[in-house]
Write a protein that binds this ligand. Structure first.
Ligand SMILES: [Zn+2]
Length: 439
């Protein structure tokens, strides 16, 4: 039988770090067609060609891997010789069932030389890499398992229990997790026992509760927030550990290391960039720039403004039109955003009126939407680290694999250099990630 894969995007492989552009599609849900059965069959064909491995060890490792998910899902997985629900096999890179879609170059194309397995997400097919030398090995816990050396043994061996358990998770419908303790971690897995997150996500698939690939399904990452003194409505951190904020009466404050110094003037939104660069807008949308001792009025009207690490300044007006400072005035930029954040010339993010998050592709001069969450406020720093809060004040940080919810509740936040975070909650209380600054 010729195996045919319909969608390239539904194929996922082991030990692959998804590039940024693919992470946008990491949230959609697709379930295995066999997920509602209590008895599911699988077939292993062909077996590996290596003569350093015995078939009994292969069968045991793969059965153990199925049983890990089966005990969570109430599914009994049984190996058969034909007409199976799931087809597994060891294929050379040229003969991989996925190679047709990748111009005969399936393994190298996506995973490089460290790929050990590949699976159809929410599907029926798992392929293991037979160009690797699989060999039987006895683990310290007594299991006889099967291993293949990664990078010729330099990075250590990866065992078939870990690869198979991970790939079976893909066939269930799970995309990668951003957490290294999960079997479904996308950055190279040693673990083969399911984490609580792996299990809860699998149950969501089984019960067809949506969003098992979205950030909430990964649980909430514990984060250590430190309460700072004072009350602010909005806060901004720039370089050189500068933190400024405005309160509910539009009064302006600057952090002095242990408390807040009041600064002259009234602003409803403030942004701290590089050097002396501090910009703000007042209640009438007038624009002001800090000159070191006071405020210079700048032409134009903006309701929100953001200054980056390299003097890049962008803002949005009352109609959500977008403007960029050109040194003497404002250039209108296509698109509509309700709020914008500039980390540097290269790192510009924003949210529109519907909460859709965008980043600026500065090479293509266009906005690219990011799926996974909707947000009311987003912040990016000079190295591209992104945090966001949603309409329920939930906090998210972004990593290579997508959005991760972190503990706490904030209405607005600011990401500074070295990933230092400052934020305010709905009671105007101030929090920071950096306890050292509160001495
Ligand atoms: Zn994977």
């Amino acid at each position: 039988m010729k195996l045919k894969i319909l969608f390239v995007s539904t194929i996922c492989c082991f030990l692959l770090c998804a590039p940024f552009s693919q992470a946008q599609d990491s949230c959609p849900d697709k379930r295995a067609p066999w997920i509602n059965k209590t008895e599911v069959t699988y077939k292993i064909d062909p077996m590996p060609t290596s003569d350093l491995v015995n078939e009994a060890a292969i069968r045991s490792a793969i059965q153990r891997s199925f049983d890990r998910w089966g005990s969570v899902l109430g599914i009994t997985f049984t190996r058969v010789n034909s007409n199976a629900d799931i087809n597994l096999g060891f294929f050379s890179r040229e003969e991989s069932p996925f190679s047709e879609e990748f111009d005969g170059n399936a393994w190298e194309h996506l995973g490089g030389s460290n790929t050990r397995g590949r699976a159809e997400v929410g599907g029926r097919i798992i392929a293991f890499d037979d160009d690797e030398v699989w060999k039987t090995q006895r683990l310290s816990n007594g299991f006889e398992t099967v291993v293949a050396d990664v990078f010729g043994g330099i990075a250590g061996a990866v065992n078939l229990d870990a690869v198979a358990t991970h790939e079976i998770g893909h066939t269930l419908g799970l995309q990668h997790s951003p957490h290294s303790e999960d079997v479904m971690y996308g950055g190279g897995v040693e673990a083969y026992e399911l984490s609580n997150t792996d299990m809860s996500r699998a149950i969501r698939v089984k019960e067809n509760r949506t969003g098992w690939n979205c950030p909430g399904a990964w649980g909430v990452e514990s984060f250590n927030w430190n309460k700072a003194p004072g009350l602010l409505r909005q806060v901004s951190i720039g370089d050189d550990e500068k933190v400024w904020g405005v309160n509910a009466e539009d009064a302006i404050y600057r952090w002095n290391g242990s408390g807040w110094d009041k600064i002259n003037g009234r602003l409803k939104h403030i942004s701290v960039g590089a050097g002396r660069s501090v910009w703000g807008v007042n209640a009438e949308d007038a624009i002001y720039r800090w000159n070191g001792s006071g405020w210079d009025k700048v032409n134009g009207r903006l309701k929100q403004i953001s200054a980056g690490s390299d003097q890049s300044v962008w803002g949005v007006n009352a109609e959500d039109a977008i403007y960029r400072w050109n040194g003497s005035g404002w250039d209108n930029i296509s698109g509509r955003l309700k709020q914008i954040s500039v980390g540097s010339r290269k790192h510009i993010w924003g949210v529109n009126a519907e909460g859709v998050i965008y980043y600026r592709d500065v090479d293509e001069n266009r906005w690219v939407s990011i799926s996974g969450i909707r947000a009311k406020y987003v912040s990016v720093n000079d190295s591209g680290k992104v945090w966001a809060v949603d309409s329920n004040d939930k906090i998210y940080r972004r990593d290579d694999e997508g959005w991760i919810q972190v503990s706490g509740s904030l209405t607005q936040l600011s990401v500074g250099p070295d990933n230092e975070i400052w934020g305010v909650n709905s009671s105007d209380e101030i929090y920071t990630s950096n306890a050292r600054r509160l001495k």
